[in-house]
Design a protein around this ligand. Structure first.
Ligand code: FPP
Length: 593
């Protein structure tokens, strides 16, 4: 167990006892989750117990059927206030709060986020139920997204380069929904004891089931069909998210993910088999099934952590005592930004791949990418299109790491064209939300990356313009990679704007039309300092340039690859660069000997 070095023997004993109490609580009330926690690196397991015990405790305070709703809410509020006081002081006289406080202090967990998730649990006290799936989903996300993210934060502390903002990963919110629905089916008898029906009215109506049917535990054909439908939904969500997440997670977390889906799937099987008993008692997975799933997973996880955690990672030195990460610190421009100074070195590739040796003189100065195929990738994996963009953003992170590692000077990516407005407003707004989150909280700008925005503000939401401008400003002194993001960009529109600017200059007498040259024209382009594109790469098998940088890419070498953008990683960039070094660039002249 991790401990701070300043604790006395008695304090250490109290802390050990607190973690063991959390473990006992989780093992007795949630054996499935307890078994899954055993797949995490051993040093991270006590924190899993503490986090889960705290959330379980908050939930239990609200579920006490013998107490009036107001009373339950009051208890939870008191507990939360005590937790906040404990977190400030760094200790507690309550075992769950003591373990959680130690975890937060010791591992630098995101306190604000955790308290937000507790508040979401608290909000259940004022609720009668939920009307729609949409409302249900919001509840699922608010209560359940934070704590797995804290686990990822711990893995980062152990030295594993994992994405912390799981909510940005394709399929993650679906995964949470699958877990939440399975948990809800498992807890149905308990919720009914407390007089709660948390399933959306929308789905009850669809199956002609009333809350009273469930509360009186009548096993009608309609109830049976409803349960079968919900089991099917939970299973489909878990499976589709497994497919999507597997592509983005390193091996260790992928084993935890796979085993979770398998175990929850076994619970769903058991629930379906249990028939009317599902309304009366908690259904458990048979011991031999659990063993069949968990045995090999435990063995694989032990090997994988040994292989993938950097030496010393498993027993990483105690991190600084920073209980909360203040994401809103140091507002620099019109809005709050989160920029690492000094920038972090590039994150290593998850399989340890290293860039090829290419002499700097042979590297292209400027690579431009049409990141195509997000939508098709999502559809192929049974996911909504925005999940494709989310996965695309993760691919971009890796490619940027690869560009930094190899020393590329300029990378330009086509993130949103003026033609992309033809897509559904839903897709467009989700894509903007992904970009915004990525630029504010993702890892892109943690490194030596200077952000430049190419495109027009016309029609863009203010918050997108704000984040682009503020992050451009915040990174303006960086000297590593210049990352140009084309957002609301159209090549011809850019040329037309340059033409208009020249015409104005001619009318005012500033420019002699007879002297308009390529250089003069280029000087009127919005980004005249942008070097010419040496290599233009498009993914997903399309052989077009699609109105992308027509001026700058006039002599670009073209590189087309088949895989959709979300499947790309930095090794594909390096491959493109190697291909480029074999091209003979004539630019209208003779091939150089
Ligand atoms: C093309 O795929 C991709 C886009 C229109 C969006 C690309 C944006 C990202 C990857 C996020 C970038 C994030 C930042 C921070 C710049 P498509 O949807 O056209 O795919 P399809 O052709 O298969 O439909």
């Amino acid at each position: 167990m991790r401990r701070t070095t300043t604790r006395s023997g008695r304090e250490r004993a109290a802390l050990d006892a607190a973690y063991q109490e959390c473990r006992r609580l989780v093992r007795t009330t949630r054996p499935t989750e307890h078994a899954l926690m055993a797949l995490m690196p051993p040093s991270a397991q006590p924190v899993c117990w503490a986090l889960y015990a705290a959330f379980g405790h908050a939930d239990d305070l609200l579920d006490r059927s013998e107490e009036a709703p107001g009373e339950r809410g009051r208890r939870l509020r008191e507990w939360r206030a005590a937790l906040e006081a404990d977190l400030a002081s760094g200790t507690s006289d309550d075992p769950i709060r003591l373990a959680l406080t130690d975890s937060v202090w010791h591992w630098g967990l995101d306190l604000a986020d955790l308290l937000g998730a507790l508040d979401a649990v608290q909000r259940d006290d004022d609720r009668e139920g939920v009307a729609t799936w949409q409302e249900w989903r919001e509840r699922a996300h608010a209560q359940n997204v934070s704590w797995p993210e804290q686990l990822m934060r711990m893995l980062v502390r152990c030295g594993l380069p994992v994405p912390v903002r799981l909510r940005d990963l394709p399929g993650f919110t679906r995964f949470v929904e699958g877990l939440f629905l399975t948990d809800m089916l498992r807890d149905l008898p308990e919720d009914l004891d407390g007089g709660h029906v948390w399933l959306p009215t929308e789905v009850l109506d669809r199956f002609h089931v009333t809350p009273a049917d469930l509360l009186s535990r009548r096993w009608t054909p309609a109830v049976q069909q409803l349960i079968a439908h919900l089991v099917g939904e939970a299973r489909a969500w878990l499976e589709s998210s497994r497919r999507a997440l597997r592509a983005t997670l390193p091996l260790g977390p992928a084993i935890v993910l796979d085993t979770t889906v398998d175990l929850f799937g076994a619970e769903l099987d058991a629930i379906l088999r249990a028939g009317p008993a599902v309304l009366h008692r908690q259904i458990r997975v048979p011991g031999h099934t659990r063993l069949r799933i968990l045995g090999p997973a435990r063995a694989r996880a032990a090997v994988v952590w040994r292989l993938t955690l950097p030496p010393g990672g498993e027993a990483a030195t105690a991190p600084a005592r920073t209980p909360a990460v203040d994401r809103t610190a140091a507002p620099e421009f019109s809005m709050a930004t989160r920029i690492s100074e000094p920038p972090l070195p590039p994150r290593p590739h998850r399989d340890g791949a290293r860039p090829p040796e290419i002499a700097p003189a042979q590297l292209p100065e400027h690579v431009a990418i049409v990141m195509d195929g997000n939508g098709r990738w999502a559809t192929r994996n049974g996911l909504p299109r925005d999940e494709g963009h989310r996965a695309g953003a993760v691919a971009l992170r890796d490619v940027v790491q690869g560009a930094l590692e190899i020393g590329l000077a300029h990378l330009t990516v086509y993130a949103f064209s003026t033609e992309n407005w033809k897509r559904s407003p839903d897709e467009v707004s989700k894509l903007f939300a992904i970009m915004r989150a990525e630029l504010l909280d993702g890892e892109l700008l943690d490194h030596d990356v200077r952000l430049r925005w190419i495109g027009s503000p016309d029609g863009l939401p203010d918050d997108v313009v704000d984040v682009l401008r503020s992050q451009e400003h915040a990174t303006r002194n960086r000297t590593g990679l210049t990352l140009n993001v084309c957002v609301n960009y159209g090549g011809r529109a850019e040329l037309a704007r340059a033409g208009a600017s020249l015409a104005r200059a001619a009318l005012s007498g500033e420019v002699d039309p007879a002297r308009v040259s390529e250089q003069l024209f280029a000087a009127h382009l919005p980004h005249h300092a942008l070097p010419d594109v040496d290599l233009l790469w498009r993914t997903s098998g399309e052989l077009r340039v699609s109105n992308f940088l027509p001026w700058h890419a006039h002599y670009a070498e073209l590189h087309f690859t088949d895989q959709p953008w979300p499947e790309v990683d930095r090794q594909d960039l390096w491959q493109a660069l190697e291909t480029y070094t074999h091209r003979k660039r004539r630019k209208g002249g003779r091939v150089a000997e």
